[in-house]
Design a protein around this ligand. Structure first.
Ligand SMILES: Cc1ncc(C[n+]2csc(CCOP(=O)(O)OP(=O)(O)O)c2C)c(N)n1
Ligand SMILES: [Mg+2]
Length: 679
């Protein structure tokens, strides 16, 4: 093929386009072969679709993967990572061939599944099926909201599409229902999903386990569905994408019939192509069948030239920059605000707003529930943070995630700052990640702590990606009372604490709640979970030093006269009990220090001198108190210590009766500490 023929491949020129798609197929099978591990089937099956999408439609700039108005591309079937790596490499991103040769190797930019922050152009980490699709819904929502907030008459600076590749697995996963149902309701018209309908998943032909009428399902959500597209016919694919883009009121699903492992004579159409190297002889046979006469990892210059998106990308961004400059001239303040927002920087007034909020909550002497203190904090932080996008999984009045400035986002008006996610915890958390990934927003969303399990893998993904997603998890113990054990979290605080890079706060009163919010907003390297009570808790007095030290995760809240003989460590609603019990015992001549530990992980990240000052190694008599499973606390209390916790599931009864029954009253705690000190 001559250079000009390849470069000039047109929409109806399928054989030439096929050659360009074959570059993806060859790179994918070669990389999987070299790694002796990976998934060649999906990239080979989706290569024709990807070629059309990337060469004809995707507006991006390989030289600047951070261009705010680029189209987003999400490979939700992340096992097909070589499809994405091939596309990035061929288009001219900074992903050299050597990185493809190091597919799946330690320290490469090409891990087994696409990971955010590794290769440029990877918009989100995918692999847990269905979740990339939900992230993409969040990105499309972000685009819609940012456009509503910033575009002005004659000045459109936010206007891009979100394209997704998704497989059978993504659509079998329940989260696809949660996310796509909401996308339909919100009418996210710039979301285009290309479904790799190859009828194969790992166990074989999906006829035995996946016979939904997917088209009907998505139509029922309010999507435009473009059915029966031949995923190996470039012209048909292009027509479908054009139709998808033309419908601006509804998200679109393009059902592409494809053959997994297309080009492999013996494995195409079979589950054998899904997740294992084709094998050297089959790779040769596929080369033969595809007419790809080039050595392993060799792409001819003409193909590179036809794929190269750099020139077009620079021009696209330059054209946008001109529009942005005109916008900046007409609306300088808005333009500066847009720049701040997409960079994720906090407003100049933030430090003062944050300090004032913590001080204001410290000054509140009501025995508010911490969920209420959280709402009071939002009232103070919210006006300063237009990037806040709040929400709840249908528990707004319980989570108290709304504040006076909250305005719901709807199909017709996306200028608000609050998403009613409906009863969709997993969908909410994954959408929040999409909002955070897109840029321009700090998402927070609420549900009951006990249902954090439903959202858990998305919380984990936020931690893995280092996203600033904030989870407001209320009703954080048996203190929620009558709803009983189905609603009473026991192991949840600990199970969130064991997720690496996930910060968990369980504040004890208003000031700690405000400080936790401030820390969460300022934490740009990972998500935060705010564990909040349903029931009222007493406010604690603090001096300026103690107030400032809340953000260190743990600090001395109550100090006895003289050297402490024992330390009681408590969190959240149990801090009040610890203070009452220690005060009573100190009145009887004991010397007990109370350490409030709203965030063990933040405390553990402090320097050794600080940790020693709060928890001196010499004081070995220690008791931790938390109305949850005790395990986490043993590392703080040591071998000589004790933990007052809860190892059963709770029960349905008024909160007071439950705290009594489980030995979590000031009197019971005092008795327990006294007998421990005697033992
Ligand atoms: C949540 C989740 N469950 C299970 C897996 C393991 N897994 C990876 S691919 C796959 C099958 C996916 O089938 P499909 O999307 O049709 O991919 P294809 O075989 O067509 O490439 C499974 C079960 C996963 N990655 N994520
Ligand atoms: Mg499949």
């Amino acid at each position: 093929m001559s250079t000009s023929a390849a470069a000039g491949a047109g929409a109806n020129d399928t054989p030439l386009r096929r050659e360009l798609a074959n570059a993806i197929r060859a790179l994918s099978m070669d990389a999987v072969q070299a790694a002796n591990s990976g998934h060649p089937g999906a990239p080979m099956g989706m290569a024709d679709i990807a070629e059309v999408l990337w060469r004809d439609f995707l507006r991006h700039n390989p030289a600047n993967p951070a261009w705010p108005d680029r189209d987003r591309f999400v490979l939700s079937n992340g096992h097909g990572s070589m499809l994405l790596y091939s596309l990035l490499h061929l288009s001219g991103y900074d992903l050299p061939l050597d990185e493809l040769k190091r597919f799946r190797q330690l320290g490469s930019k090409t891990p087994g599944h696409p990971e955010y922050g590794h290769a440029p152009g990877v918009e989100t980490t995918t692999g847990p099926l269905g979740q990339g699709l939900a992230n993409a819904v969040g990105m499309a929502l972000a685009e819609r909201m940012l456009a509503a907030q910033f575009n002005r008459d004659g000045h459109v600076i936010v206007d891009h599409h979100t394209y997704v590749c998704a497989g059978d697995g993504c659509l079998m996963e329940g989260i696809s229902h949660e996310a796509c149902s909401l996308a339909g309701t919100l009418g996210l018209g710039k979301l285009v999903v290309l479904y790799d309908d190859n009828r194969i998943s790992i166990d074989g032909d999906v006829t035995g386990w996946f016979t939904d009428d997917t088209a009907a399902r998505f139509r029922a959500y309010g999507w435009q569905v473009i059915e029966k597209v031949d995923g190996h016919d470039a012209a048909a694919i292009a027509r479908a994408i054009e139709a998808a883009r033309a419908d601006t009121g509804r998200p679109s699903l393009i059902c592409c019939r494809t053959v997994i492992g297309y080009g492999s004579p013996n494995k195409a159409g079979k589950a054998a192509a899904h997740g294992a190297p084709l094998g050297a002889s089959e790779v040769s046979a596929a080369r033969e069948q595809l007419g790809w006469a080039h050595e392993a990892f060799t792409v001819p210059p003409a193909h590179y030239a036809a794929w190269d998106a750099r020139g077009k990308g620079v021009a696209l961004e330059a054209e946008w920059q001109r529009r942005f400059d005109a916008y900046a001239a007409a609306h300088p303040a808005l333009a500066a605000e847009f720049t701040r927002r997409v960079q994720g920087a906090l407003p100049a007034a933030w430090p003062q707003v944050a300090t004032d909020a913590v001080a204001a909550l410290q000054a509140t002497d009501a025995a508010n529930a911490t969920r209420k203190s959280s709402q009071l904090t939002l009232e103070l932080l919210g006006p300063a943070l237009p990037e806040f996008v709040g929400g709840s999984a249908d528990l707004t009045e319980s989570n108290l995630t709304h504040w006076k400035g909250s305005r719901a986002v709807s199909r017709d008006d996306a200028s608000g700052n609050y998403v009613n996610y409906g009863v969709r915890e997993f969908g909410m958390a994954a959408l929040m990640n999409g909002l955070a990934l897109h840029g321009g927003f700090i998402p927070y969303g609420g549900t009951f702590l006990v249902f954090s399990d439903y959202a858990r893998n998305a919380i984990r993904m936020a931690a893995l990606m280092g996203l600033r997603s904030i989870y407001v998890l209320t009703h954080d113990s048996i203190g929620l009372g009558e709803d009983g054990p189905t609603h009473q979290p026991v192991e949840h605080a600990n199970s969130l604490r064991v997720i690496p890079n996930c910060t968990v706060w369980r504040p004890c009163d208003g000031a700690e709640t405000a400080a936790a919010w401030v820390a969460a907003v300022e934490c740009t390297t990972g998500p935060s979970c705010l564990l909040l009570t349903r029931q009222g808790v007493p406010p604690q007095p603090r001096d300026a030093r103690q107030l400032a030290d809340i953000r260190r995760g743990g600090y001395v809240l109550l100090e006895p006269a003289g050297e402490p003989e024992a330390i009681v460590i408590a969190t959240g609603s149990e801090v009040g009990l610890a203070v009452a019990a220690a005060t009573a015992l100190n009145g009887k001549g004991r010397r007990i220090r109370v350490v409030s530990m709203p965030s063990g992980d933040v405390f553990l990240a402090q320097d050794a001198a600080y940790r020693e000052a709060v928890l001196p190694a010499a004081v070995r008599r220690r008791i931790a108190i938390e109305a949850g499973s005790p395990d986490y606390w043993y590392r703080f209390v040591g071998l000589d210590g004790d933990v007052i916790g809860l190892s059963s599931f709770g029960a349905s009864a008024p909160a007071g009766a439950l705290f009594e029954a489980y030995g979590l009253t000031a009197q019971a705690v005092e008795t327990r500490i006294a007998s421990y000190l005697q033992g």
